[in-house]
Ligand binder design. Structure first.
Ligand SMILES: Cc1cc2nc3c(=O)[nH]c(=O)nc-3n(C[C@H](O)[C@H](O)[C@H](O)COP(=O)(O)O)c2cc1C
Length: 247
């Protein structure tokens, strides 16, 4: 995959210290993970050090991270992830990838653009599933609390994901890429057995980590704020620009 490096020529200088750039260009990286370039363990640990400044419920610091670099363990974890992908996603791939291709072949308009976007994401997801064992590091983020049922799930996952996202931002600022994966969590017992994770610990996310091929990531196309923010009660649209509404 080293040849891929040539595909992206204009690089963003590192480290990226501009907050807005880091926030808007930290993408889910799959095809652009550099599978051949080693990542010093200290670099990953330093990003985790920054991540541990994130909040946890009741200040409990009930997060734990397994840093997986052993090739044999990565292979076994990768197999587990790929099996989940084969079960949950691969059978739907032909339909999902059908929208791939240039705009003229797939059609014009927002629906065609959405089909192309989906095809890109799922093409990347397939690539990841087939290569996940090759990344330099896999980081499994866990909570030292059992899954408490749907109503209290936010307190368990919410105590880990702020750190997960901080970790991803820190990686990005240093030219490293990652993504959150959860596909294998429909059957968490697979990784629990492999990695000796005790009962009562909830797995939250598995993150592949590698240097990125190029550093020129762009902001994603997201819905505008006014489409997803309601005023005071569910469903009431914002009116005006909001600028006159300082409180
Ligand atoms: C909770 C959560 C779970 C996810 N699980 C997976 C996963 O199992 N496999 C995968 O390839 N991507 C996974 N993703 C990544 C999303 O698909 C990704 O955010 C999406 O492709 C948008 O990319 P972007 O963040 O670069 O805009 C997950 C993201 C989140 C937030």
């Amino acid at each position: 995959m080293t040849g891929g490096a040539q595909r992206w020529s204009s690089d963003t200088p590192l480290p990226i210290t501009d907050f807005e750039t880091v926030l808007t260009t930290t993408r889910a990286v799959r095809r652009r993970l550099d599978l051949d370039r080693p990542v010093p363990r200290g670099e990953v640990l330093d990003c985790l050090r920054l991540a541990l400044q994130a909040p946890t419920g009741a200040d409990a610091e009930d997060w734990r991270f397994i840093l997986i670099g052993d090739p044999g363990v990565k292979l076994a974890v990768g197999d587990e992830y790929r099996r989940a992908f084969d079960r949950e996603v691969r059978p739907r791939l032909p339909g999902l990838l059908a929208g791939a291709g240039p705009a003229d072949a797939a059609g014009a308009g927002p629906e065609a653009a959405e089909r192309r976007r989906k095809a890109r994401v799922y093409g990347g997801a397939e690539y990841l599933a087939d290569n996940i064992h090759r990344v330099p590091w896999l980081v499994l983020a866990c909570a030292t609390r059992p899954y408490p049922g749907p109503h209290m799930a936010p307190s368990v996952f919410g105590s880990v994901f702020p750190a997960v996202w901080s970790f991803q931002l820190a990686l990005r600022s240093r030219g490293l890429g990652s993504l959150i994966t959860t596909l294998h969590l429909r059957r968490p017992e697979g990784l629990a057995a492999l990695l000796g994770i005790p009962a009562g610990v909830t797995q939250c996310a598995l993150l592949p980590v590698a240097y990125t091929l190029g550093t020129d990531f762009r902001p994603a196309a997201r819905r505008p704020v006014a489409d997803v923010v309601f005023a005071d009660v569910w469903g009431r649209p914002l009116d005006g620009t909001g600028e006159e509404d300082d409180r």
